[in-house]
Design a protein around this ligand. Structure first.
Ligand code: DGL
Length: 266
């Protein structure tokens, strides 16, 4: 029996925030990060085209690199594509969707920011989550088209992101009830990568993302599938695939190496 391999799929470096949470909880698991740089940004795609694109891309990856579990490590994708993926794949599919429920439970003021891509903010799935778990709250949606690309560009090219973070601060402060906001859901997997600078800019907020909950879910599914994890405490492989025509820049390669991630050929 082999140690489980988990495919952590995103349009880009958002896979790193989810993968880090999984690695932290289950270091023995093998992680294959797929970054669909050619399809980035998913947050700008129309829902139907996105579903078709992701089903094709995931199927192609799995044909070349088998995995036991798929984590769709992208809110913009998961809020649209989970039923389609589950209908075509034989492995368990774990989706990453906005952490509205824990945010509603932890907020004291009942005013919550929802920081996401334009796609995630607009999805019926997100409206349903708000309706189901936060109908007693005031949810302030901020659908940013600049933050995920700025984070992608920071990881690929070391681009400066300060101005973009200032714009996010301004966008989160615009709503008439913004002063009451005590909690922000980071509903794009790129955004937890910037939680530190965001919390320095907006120090009185609690920031909630889905990473730890997803890691617990992966551990549960590994257990359900009876996959072996007790390989003498050894760390699993952490490999990265880049989808699309562009090759990783030296800057991205260095960042991956610094996190002990190894780039492999598609
Ligand atoms: N990481 C993706 C998410 O969680 C967003 C980035 C994109 O727009 O592709 O929504």
């Amino acid at each position: 029996m082999h140690a489980p391999r988990v495919l952590v799929f995103d349009s880009g470096v958002g896979s790193l925030s989810i993968g880090a949470a999984i690695h932290q909880l289950i270091p023995q698991a093998n992680l294959l990060y797929a970054m669909d740089h050619g399809g980035f940004p998913y947050g700008e795609w129309q829902e139907e085209e996105l579903v078709t694109h992701i089903c094709q891309a995931v199927t192609a990856v799995l044909q070349r690199h088998a995995a036991d579990i798929l984590v769709m490590a992208c809110n913009s994708a998961s809020t649209a594509v989970l039923p389609a993926l589950r209908s075509i794949l034989s492995i368990p599919v774990i989706g990453v969707v906005p952490a509205i429920k824990p945010a509603a439970q932890r907020s004291v003021s009942g005013v919550i920011g929802l920081l996401a891509t334009p796609g995630t903010v607009a999805r019926a799935y997100t409206a349903q989550l708000i309706n189901d778990f936060a109908s007693h709250c005031c949810v302030i949606p901020v659908g940013s088209r600049i933050l995920a690309p700025a984070i992608e560009s920071l990881f690929w090219h070391d681009s400066n992101i300060d101005e973009v973070l200032q714009q996010i601060k301004a966008a989160l402060s615009e709503h008439p009830r913004a002063a009451e906001m005590d909690t922000v859901v980071l509903a794009c997997t790129h955004f937890p990568l910037m939680q530190k600078p965001l919390s320095e800019l907006l120090p009185n907020l609690q920031w909630i993302d889905s990473g730890e909950a997803i890691a617990r879910r992966v551990a549960h599914v590994i257990n359900e599938l009876n996959l072996p994890l007790d390989s003498a405490g050894e760390h699993g492989l952490q490999e990265v695939l880049i989808l699309g025509k562009e090759e990783a820049t030296p800057i991205l390669k260095r960042r991956l190496e610094d996190s002990r991630l190894c780039l492999i050929d598609y």
